[in-house]
Design a protein around this ligand. Structure first.
Ligand code: ADE
Ligand code: ZN
Length: 334
């Protein structure tokens, strides 16, 4: 079996995916027309030419601009459904999906329209594609902690629909501890805790997320590799890191895929996983992330299989479901 076939055939979970980052320019233009909204880009080529970033903020500016055409529950359904079909084609069996409600409610889109649209597509994905899906509500870290508390209140009727909370957007200058009280409250409410940390921010941000906030998962975590004592803590606690190779390359977190930390993290015994982050903007869904990072780093088949196993181990699925998915991996590889 070629490595490409192996990657395709392995059941996988995707744990770091912003649904708004799966907004393909084709669909963006369709929804702009449907909602009678003018987009800055008139052609697909114009849109794609703009997808050229030198840091996280340049991407975020475009990401928030693109999502302005998402207005109705149907829009959020169509966006999510398009992602799920794409994920199914890569043999993704489970997804834990971030969404950014504050980026929509600030534009006057009701929280319920956003959430119900996504949930309807997730239910359809389970029924028609056999993909299970959990939703993770993300706070925007460039906003205040008070804004985060407001979101927590507005979202109250849907709290049982979310497996956890996340923290994303501009990292530098917005350390985890800015949200310490909010995360304490979320923990008390029973949410799983995720945070982007160490994408652009220093290892100290990963330490805060892990040791002060007590998160269950670190999103990205690249810069942990600068801190040997932190690497030891990550290994001893088996705290999952959701790495996103093509995102790292697009946002100049690394300058070549050969500099991806995935192989070093596997070899250090860390619970690293491979994910797509914002696949419409970074040139590939999860399968392509596996393929490209494997090619650049010369990963062995055993390491690819380990990444697929990690994706389920690091998920928030109950133990019985993890076992079932791991057995399906064994069935492909034995
Ligand atoms: N929001 C969407 N993608 C993100 C990323 N890679 N980092 C921070 N915030 C994000
Ligand atoms: Zn992300």
């Amino acid at each position: 079996m070629t490595q490409r076939d192996l990657i395709q055939r392995l059941p996988k979970a995707e744990l770091h995916l912003h649904i708004e980052g799966s907004f393909e320019p084709e669909l963006m233009m369709q929804l702009a027309a449907r909602n009678k909204i003018d987009l800055r880009f008139k052609t697909l080529d114009e849109a794609k030419a703009a997808y050229n970033f030198s840091n996280l903020q340049e991407f975020l500016d475009l990401y928030y601009e693109g999502m302005q055409v998402l207005r109705t529950e149907e829009d959020f359904h169509d966006l999510t459904w398009a992602y799920l079909q794409r994920a199914a084609a890569d043999n993704v069996r489970h997804v834990e999906m971030f969404f950014d409600p504050q980026a929509h409610t600030a534009r006057g889109v009701p929280f319920g329209a956003v959430t119900e649209g996504i949930l309807a597509a997730l239910a359809r994905g389970e029924k028609e594609l056999g993909i299970s899906g959990y939703l993770i509500m993300s706070f925007l870290r460039h906003l205040s902690e008070e804004d985060g508390f407001d979101l927590l209140k507005v979202s109250e009727p849907w709290h049982d629909k979310f497996i956890g909370v996340g923290l994303d957007s501009s990292e530098m200058g917005h350390p985890p501890l800015k949200f310490e009280r909010l995360y304490k409250r979320c923990e008390a409410l029973g949410f799983k805790l995720c945070m982007h940390a160490g994408e652009e921010g220093p290892p100290q941000y990963v330490r805060e997320a892990l040791l002060d906030i007590g998160v269950d998962r670190i999103d990205h975590g690249n810069r942990s590799m600068e801190d040997p004592a932190l690497i030891e803590i990550l290994r001893d606690t088996q705290t999952p890191l959701t790495n996103c190779p093509l995102s790292n390359l697009s946002l100049c977190v690394i300058h070549d895929l050969k500099d991806s930390p995935v192989k070093a993290q596997l070899e250090a015994g860390l619970m690293v996983t491979v994910n797509s982050d914002d696949p419409a903007y970074f040139g590939g869904y999860v399968g392509r992330n596996y393929e490209q990072v494997s090619q650049a780093l010369g990963l062995s088949d055993a390491q690819i299989i380990q990444l697929a196993r990690n994706s389920f181990e690091a998920s928030f699925l109950p133990g019985v479901s993890k076992k079932r998915h791991l057995a399906a991996i064994d069935a492909v590889t034995h």
